[in-house]
Design a protein around this ligand. Structure first.
Ligand code: NAI
Length: 289
């Protein structure tokens, strides 16, 4: 099955690597030529690095690289059996993109969104055939993280979520079914994790390095909340927080913070811009707990 992926950012590139490694020809589309070029070369580098580490044979890595077809034209999606969208977290933009996809693909092609927080049902509602729509929610970095949430929309035909789960499992992932509710499983649990950490900071109870250290060293988390937010990116994380808060009818448990909003407005988006809660500039001294 040929798989089309829309958006070649952090998630789209990772998903493309996963499905190309699993043997699918991949059409990787982005509206930004530079992003597409960067993704294509970083996927090839990452596959070759896996071969160097002995996690893939060199032949398997080269075969996966050869399955990857970057494109800037949706018309190249005509032969896709599945299209996964991983573009900006904006309902209107995603709906518009799927209207374009449906004009190209066959009636049998499955459609999926990697959205973290938007309603799968609302995205599907823009489609002519919403019964073939489903959420396939990967975690960052997609090639490393086992968990994938499979989320049927209200309109999804009976049985499709199970078929999608089986396909995702064939990629070596651990898919779980989740109902279409804001944040699904992990992003819902994660909101108070980030939110309370920021409130502890704002209330002057402890600084970022201390909170991160306490949760990694004593709490057993692989990353502390501030390091993790910087890794995800404050543009993505702020939008997800805002979206989950709104979708839960303004339940204060999920309220975003001004600290987070100001980082987003300043363009201090975390690792990807070199500055977030931490400073990633070369030579910057990391704070100590
Ligand atoms: P990103 O900002 O790294 O990449 C998005 C890409 O989509 C960019 O290259 C952009 O040029 C492209 N794009 C935007 N609009 C487009 C359009 N109309 N047509 C074609 N390409 C378009 O974003 P990221 O982090 O990869 O997130 C993408 C989606 O995945 C979002 O819905 C996000 O909520 C979700 N997600 C993000 C995770 C994360 O940790 N970053 C984790 C799981 C899901």
């Amino acid at each position: 099955m040929t798989i089309g992926i829309i958006g070649s950012g952090a998630m789209g590139a990772g998903i493309a690597q996963v499905v190309a490694t699993a043997g699918h020809p991949v059409r990787l589309l982005d509206q930004n030529a530079a992003a597409l070029e960067k993704a294509t070369s970083s996927i090839a580098t990452s596959l070759r690095r896996l071969a160097e580490k002995g996690k893939l044979t060199p032949e398997a890595a080269e075969a996966a690289v050869a399955r990857l077809h970057p494109t800037e034209t949706m018309a190249d999606f005509a032969d896709c059996g599945l299209v996964i969208e991983a573009i900006v977290e904006d309902l209107g933009v995603k709906q518009q993109v799927f209207r374009g996809v449906e004009a190209i693909v066959s009636a049998e092609c499955w459609l999926a969104s990697n959205t973290s927080s938007l309603s799968i049902t609302a995205i599907a509602a823009a489609c002519q055939r919403p019964e073939r729509f489903v959420g396939i929610h990967f975690f960052n970095p997609a090639p490393l993280m086992q968990l994938v949430e499979v989320v049927p929309a209200v309109q999804t035909r009976a049985g499709l979520a199970e078929e999608v789960k089986a396909l995702v499992a064939s990629w070596g992932k651990r898919p779980v079914l989740a109902q279409d509710t804001p944040g699904f499983i992990v992003n819902r649990v994660a909101r108070p994790f980030y939110g309370e950490a920021i409130r502890i900071l704002e209330e002057g109870i402890a600084d970022i390095a201390t909170i991160d250290w306490a949760l990694t060293d004593l709490g057993g988390f692989r990353m502390g909340p501030f390091a993790l937010m910087d890794f995800i990116g404050h543009d993505v994380n702020y939008r997800v927080t805002e979206s989950v808060f709104t979708a839960f009818f303004y339940d204060p448990r999920y309220r975003p913070s001004f600290t987070q909003k100001r980082l987003f407005e300043a363009g201090y988006l975390g690792r990807k811009t070199g500055r977030g809660f931490y400073n990633y500039a070369p030579g910057a001294v990391p704070p100590t707990p």
